[in-house]
Write a protein of this length. Structure first.
Length: 364
């Protein structure tokens, strides 16, 4: 996976360029001014502290494997406790104590409306009305061209108005720490399967749950390299989907994106717990999973097959890896990957980032 530092970022028709002299901007479209575009935020991480600058003014240690858990299927009522959601607080409550101005800017721009779809729809309606009036073809062509130009100009303005630009600069220690995070994430991304655990509940009657003591609701998720919407930066970032939210791992913090806003968690405040997770796998077993035992779909009191059920089949028990991410300001997520033993490097990389991030020196 890796990562690299870019020296320039393109946002619509504008190009932000980073150099020893600071951040400059070039390009443009007639009728646009630089002040209509996004501000350039410069973040220095290294010797001398952590600095946030607005440069363009705008008018765990592995735990003992747990008892096998079980995925949700059609099951008798009353055999398990109500499932409790495993999810984070609303992003408005997940606020990092440092650099709040930057987070406020991201949230403010996320909420700005997009006008280009309205212009596009209006253009289509106008064209439809005019074409039914029997006007010459060149008039219809002119209307189509005008509508396309208006839509493009409005789209470009929307992009400039909603986009936040971040430039990071590291010293060698911070660059090495962030590189380790990317390498560890690459190991997670290479797993054959990854899931977000949405909720869990205690099993009352293990007979109907293949002997499991905990019932889980899970959905497939992805661990990949991707940019958040309307945020341009000179680095590559890792993302993990966790239900209605997406975690984006930046060098100085984790940004928590959801439909209604963005939250943030500092690495110093982030707690990560890694443990083995014995899971009764009724679906296909991932190719890199370790099968440690077998059970039956319906078990008797001794743990053997309950012969009263004709469709009682043997089910493998896999040893997966569970990774829990939490913080005091509301983050609470649990993911599971198919390959056991790959989460410890990710945990160590998170801890290393937390140790290497300097104290914030000042903000402007």
């Amino acid at each position: 996976m890796g990562f690299y530092l870019r020296k320039s970022i393109s946002v619509g028709p504008l190009r932000f360029n980073f150099s020893s002299a600071g951040i400059g901007v070039s390009g443009g479209v007639k009728g646009f001014r630089v002040s209509t575009g996004p501000r350039g935020n410069y973040i220095h991480m290294g010797q001398g502290g952590l600095y946030y600058r607005v440069t363009i003014p705008s008018n765990a240690s592995p735990a003992i494997p747990i008892t096998p858990s079980y995925n949700i299927h059609t099951i008798p009522v009353g055999t398990h406790a109500p499932l409790e959601d495993i999810e984070s607080a609303d992003v408005s409550e997940i606020v990092d104590s440092s650099s709040k101005d930057l987070l406020n800017e991201i949230n403010e721009k996320q909420k700005r409306p997009r006008f280009w779809p309205i212009i596009a729809i209006v253009s289509v309606i106008v064209f439809g009305m005019v074409s039914n009036n029997g006007l010459p073809g060149w008039v219809a062509g002119l209307i189509i061209l005008s509508g396309c130009i208006a839509t493009y100009v409005t789209y470009t303005k929307d992009i400039l108005a909603k986009t936040v630009v971040l430039f990071y600069e590291f010293d060698r220690a911070m660059e090495s720490a962030y590189e380790q995070l990317h390498k560890a994430a690459e190991e997670l991304a290479a797993c054959s399967a990854a899931w977000h655990i949405e909720s869990s509940g205690q099993v009352y009657d293990p007979k109907y749950h293949a002997g499991a003591s905990t019932l889980l609701s899970r959905k497939n998720t992805t661990i990949k390299k991707s940019e958040p919407p309307f945020l341009k930066t000179n680095i590559e970032t890792i993302s993990i989907g966790v239900g209605r939210q997406t975690l984006h791992f930046f060098p100085d913090r984790v940004l928590v994106y959801e439909k209604n806003g963005v939250g943030a968690v500092s690495y110093k405040e982030l707690t990560i717990e890694v443990s083995g997770s014995r899971f009764i796998e009724e679906e296909s077993v991932p190719r890199d999973a370790t099968v440690v035992d077998h059970t039956w779909k319906y078990v008797n009191k001794s743990g053997g097959p309950d012969k009263r059920f004709k469709d009682n089949r043997e089910i493998p028990i896999c040893l997966y890896e569970a990774i829990k991410l939490s913080s005091s300001n509301g983050l609470n997520e649990l993911i599971q990957v198919s390959k056991n033993g790959v989460g410890s490097e990710f945990s160590q990389a998170i801890h290393m980032l937390g140790r290497n991030i300097p104290e914030e020196a000042s903000k402007i």
